[in-house]
Design a protein around this ligand. Structure first.
Ligand code: GLN
Length: 478
């Protein structure tokens, strides 16, 4: 889709202005119901589009994403714009600089249409934790769009944007993609700069694209990858040609399957949709190999120990002093201590889930517990990483469902944090092991007279994005 749009803009067959206007019109009709976008930068988007059209008219060769409208999850600093992370705490916070990914996209003259809704500070799996209202699933508005990048996935699914960026700490790009029928890709940790991404859990967060096709994901990925001096966890891998090198292939590929992932807890209709794609892969010459990863079952425990710990430390900077909401004059009292200001600001600024994680994380990091919890979890993380690395000597990718079910009803899980945490059962391991993973549409399940998308996940070894794209592209529904 992006390639074709790019060619048409470059040849003058369509203008970026027309295209941008078309997407803004869709936003105008659909966003009130879906609530995918928290703000639309109409005038700015139109003037970006005009600039690209001028470049084309003057005979310039434009970049692949130039003039193609997309949206950013609202946790990526966008200079001069509010970057709220869907939190009351940052409701009026105007970013003074661009996140590295935003800077790269701006350089490419892409059109940024606005900021997309998310669970507050990316904590959640349904966008219900947003301080600015839930994002509804475009396939059935009584259901969630998934989370935390629910706004990004819903925007792409409902044609409010050609592409979107999301962030993925434990599944936040892939699970909403599965619920909304989009492609969602989480790169290897260290591929994409996190500079200017409002941190959730720093050793897990990674930014990636949400699009309609695997090819589009590779194109957007090409524009955001690469080493960044401002994020020293990034490294130089000579990136940027994933689209050019895309060669869809299943023949001769070894696809690993973990039996337990297809048993208990998996919705039977979702299972049969995914199994059909496995049969398709076989028919195209892929070899299906059953594998065992005995320590993978500890991924959730590792994640929910380490992530709240890192969250509690990252959230500490939001204290009413330096950033965001400051509740210093509550009660009209002037004799407030600094501690009162911290307490009042954090109490008013953070939602329940954020508070829950701060409490969990502060406990896990407290004196005497650090070794027993965070350090232990880190050790288990290393075991999981090694185990996966070994398995990738036998198989090229691991295939599973992305989520055990289709999009659930709004309100169904809000009062049960554990059920919400279990949403990540298939996705967290890739973050724990820091490896790349992609969710692609696998088919449809019919529920309550609605067609609801089912996603399938592929995971591969560190830095092996190219192969992941090649396999995913051959496996996606055409
Ligand atoms: N649902 C997971 C969580 O709440 C994942 C969030 C994410 O990837 N940002 O932690």
């Amino acid at each position: 889709m992006i390639k074709e749009l790019h060619e048409k803009i470059q040849s003058g067959e369509i203008s970026s202005l027309e295209l941008t206007k078309k997407y803004i019109k869709t936003i105008d009709t659909k966003n009130d119901g879906i609530n995918a976008l928290l703000e639309v930068y109409k005038e700015e988007a139109l003037s970006e589009a005009r600039k690209v059209d001028e470049d084309v008219r003057s005979g310039k060769k434009i970049g692949m994403l130039a003039g193609i409208p997309g949206v950013l999850k609202d946790n990526m600093c966008t200079k001069g714009h509010i970057t709220s992370s869907a939190s009351k705490m940052l409701e009026n916070y105007i970013a003074p600089y661009n996140a590295t990914v935003v800077g790269k996209l701006r350089e490419e003259n892409t059109v940024i249409l606005g900021r997309a809704n998310l669970d507050e500070f990316a904590m959640g799996a349904s966008t219900e934790n947003s301080a600015f209202g839930v994002t509804r699933n475009p396939y059935d508005e009584s259901r969630v769009a998934g989370g935390s990048s629910g706004g990004s996935a819903a925007a792409v699914a409902s044609d409010m944007a050609v592409w979107a960026l999301g962030s993925d700490t434990g599944g936040s790009i892939r699970q909403p993609s599965s619920f909304c029928g989009t492609v969602g890709f989480k790169p290897t940790y260290g591929r994409v700069s996190r500079y200017g991404l409002i941190a959730m859990a720093s050793s897990y967060d990674q930014i990636g694209p949400i699009t309609k096709t695997v090819e589009d994901a590779a194109i957007v990925f090409d524009s955001i990858v690469g080493e960044d001096k401002k994020d020293n966890t990034t490294i130089n891998k000579g990136d940027g040609n994933f689209f050019k090198n895309l060669k869809p292939q299943l023949k001769g590929k070894k696809i690993g399957i973990i039996k337990e992932m297809f048993e208990k807890g998996l919705n039977s209709e979702v299972r049969s949709v995914v199994e059909k794609r496995i049969d398709f892969a076989k028919s195209q010459g892929a070899e299906i190999i059953e594998i065992e990863l005995p320590h993978l079952k500890y991924s959730m425990s590792v994640y929910y120990l380490m992530v709240p710990s890192e969250v509690s430390s990252n959230m500490a900077r939001l204290d009413g002093m330096r950033f965001g909401l400051c509740d210093a004059i509550k009660d009209g009292s002037e004799k407030k201590t600094i501690l009162d200001i911290y307490k009042n600001s954090r109490d008013a600024g953070f939602g329940d889930e954020v508070k829950r994680r701060i409490i969990l994380g502060t406990y896990a990091l407290s004196a005497g517990y650090y070794d027993a919890f965070y350090k232990k979890a880190q050790q288990v993380r290393e075991i999981i990483k090694k185990e996966l690395d070994n398995v990738f000597n036998e198989v090229d990718v691991i295939l599973s469902p992305t989520s055990p079910h289709v999009a659930f009803k709004i309100g169904e899980k809000v009062s049960d944090p554990l059920a919400m945490y279990l949403e990540d059962v298939y996705t967290v391991s890739a973050n724990v092991a820091m490896v790349p993973a992609i969710s692609i549409p696998a088919g449809i399940v019919r529920e309550d007279k609605n067609d609801l998308p089912v996603g399938l996940q592929l995971v591969s070894r560190w830095w092996n994005e190219q192969e992941l794209f090649n396999i995913a592209s051959a496996l996606e529904l055409k």
